[in-house]
Design a protein around this ligand. Structure first.
Ligand SMILES: [Zn+2]
Length: 59
């Protein structure tokens, strides 16, 4: 079962632990998950949960 409400994947670029990935408002009016160390971001989501899903799916 996939938990879509939590970041489950670490950053693929710098290895930042998934617990440190932050959800931020995006300029498009939605939300995006972003690595605080290297700045890698997920796709845009309308809600924080969607941003998390995008991060987990992308990586
Ligand atoms: Zn990173």
């Amino acid at each position: 079962m996939i938990d879509t409400t939590r970041i489950t994947e670490p950053c693929p670029y710098c290895g930042e632990p998934e617990t440190n990935i932050a959800i931020r408002p995006s300029r498009k009016g939605g939300h995006t998950a972003q690595c605080p160390t290297c700045g890698a971001r997920s796709g845009n989501g309308n809600t924080p949960a969607e941003a998390i899903t995008a991060w987990n799916r992308r990586f």
